[in-house]
Design a protein. Structure first.
Length: 471
């Protein structure tokens, strides 16, 4: 009997729908800082085996978006980087790893969400680029995913005026994008699934039924809904009425059903799932640790602060903003970063301070008082470019004259806010393997090996790193 389709957003990094007990893989941008297709495939295998062991057979991953916009509020770390060729190679490798484990992968978000400055959860982003530009930057990762045999492609709720004119609808509702570009030009014959239909780039309330019909007519095979039974009823009623009155051609329904049935048959043909013991297993943790250690990137060390060699009596202050979910596609708020714990493996006198994600002036003043009690500082940032309080605190701390290592724990772009920082490191993750790898590198127990997978505007280009000898 064909199996039920059971799916999860298990990307790794900042989006782990199932976090507790699973392997904390650092995520796509960390893989982009390494550039290894072998490790990307291994990451896919780890994700796939763990999902299979838990009874899940579809992963809404990987994000094949090319993050060329530093102001992109929704993709960021979920992307492998800004180089289309590398994003294509790593996407294909992760897909192969997932599907070798019996899990259907999903390439998202077609036609590419990496150059938007707004979040489709809240409105309709517009991508103003020409078809030639789309073919050069946005499409290559999806073409590689299709070549790798990806089973599903997820649509993006963004508009392309160059394809659909000045009143362009979301791609999810566009026959020119889904049937014309994805099916006919790129040759995808698998299942097209929509992004979540409760996002506000799609009309909500009573209009949702009509939007579902438009999506089906555009070429969507599966509609991704929330748990709201009212939305289920609206969509069901809309599709049913469109079928009865002939708006939705029966052939469209049969064709979509056929694609879904092929997907279920493929899932039925996979090997039995592994034992639940693989979830969080030592071998999987080793993969996470290797990704973390090879991704840590030393961008600059102008004051030769690294590796740290503090005297036994010197104390180090660690200041990290409280993690927050900066987009609905984010599970960071569930994580309590333990950087001080990791640093204490190499030096005992380390204190940790978790401060508000965007501190106000009084909170900053209190933090600066605390800063003054330390001989050295490790200051973490979490997208400081969109947190004026974080940026203000870092700038004031840099003025104290205390040696400071600034660590971008999320996106690398933060350095733009405080270019005077003498030492700057990127981890791309707040998960435990990345923080332990950071501690090892800071204290010279291993070399910094990562390279920037994105450019830092006005400062550094993609691929930059400052060579640092190992211990």
């Amino acid at each position: 009997m064909p199996p039920l389709l059971i799916a999860a957003d298990q990307e790794g990094g900042q989006l782990m729908a199932i976090g507790q007990g699973t392997t904390p893989l650092p995520g796509n941008m960390a893989l982009g800082a390494i550039g290894s297709t072998h490790l990307a495939r291994q990451a896919g295998e780890v994700l796939g085996r763990e999902l299979a062991a838990m009874g899940i057979n579809i992963n809404y991953a990987p994000s094949c978006d090319v993050n060329v916009n530093p102001d992109n509020p929704v993709i960021g770390l979920r992307s492998f980087g800004e180089n289309p060729t590398q994003v294509a190679q790593l996407s294909a490798a992760l897909i192969e790893g997932l599907q070798s484990s019996g899990i259907a992968a999903t390439a998202k978000h077609f036609p590419g969400h990496g150059d938007t400055a707004s979040d489709s959860h809240h409105g309709l982003p517009v991508v103003p680029h020409s078809l030639e530009r789309l073919r050069r930057v946005e499409f290559p990762p999806f073409a590689a995913a299709i070549q790798a045999g990806v089973k599903l492609v997820m649509t993006a709720h963004l508009s392309l005026p160059s394809i659909d004119g000045p009143k362009a609808p979301p791609a999810t509702l566009s026959p020119a994008i889904l049937d014309g570009l994805l099916r006919r030009e790129l040759g995808f014959d698998g299942v097209i699934i929509s992004d979540a239909m409760d996002m506000h780039a799609i009309r909500q309330g009573d209009a949702l039924g009509a939007e579902a019909v438009r999506a089906a007519l555009a070429g969507v095979d599966l509609l991704l809904l929330t748990s709201d039974p009212n939305d289920h009823q609206r969509v069901y009623n809309g599709l049913q009425q469109a079928t009865y009155n002939g708006t939705l051609n029966p052939e469209i329904v049969r064709t979509s059903a056929g694609r879904i049935l092929r997907l279920k048959r493929w899932l039925s043909d996979q090997l039995p799932p592994p034992d639940i013991g693989v979830v969080g297993s030592a071998s999987h943790q080793a993969v996470a640790a290797e990704i973390a250690e090879r991704s840590i990137t030393l961008v600059r060390d102008h004051a030769d602060l690294l590796p740290l060699r503090p005297d036994s009596g010197q104390n180090i202050g660690v200041f990290i903003p409280k993690p927050a979910d900066l987009t609905p596609a984010d599970t960071s708020s569930y994580i309590t970063p333990r950087l001080a714990y990791a640093l204490r493996q190499y030096h005992q006198n380390v204190d940790e301070h978790i401060y508000p994600h965007s501190p106000d002036d009084q909170e900053i003043a209190d933090l600066i008082q605390q800063v003054g009690t330390y001989n050295m500082l490790v200051l973490g940032t979490l997208n400081a470019r969109v947190s004026p309080g974080q940026s203000k605190f870092i700038r004031q701390a840099l003025q104290t004259g205390i040696p400071v290592i600034v660590v971008a724990l999320r996106l690398p772009y933060d350095l733009v806010e405080f270019p005077e920082a003498q030492a700057y490191v990127c981890t791309y993750s707040i998960l435990e393997p990345s923080l332990h790898a950071l501690a090892k590198a800071i204290f010279g127990e291993m070399a910094f090996q990562g390279r920037l997978p994105v450019s830092i505007p006005g400062l550094y280009t993609i691929g930059h790193h400052q060579p640092q000898p190992g211990a």
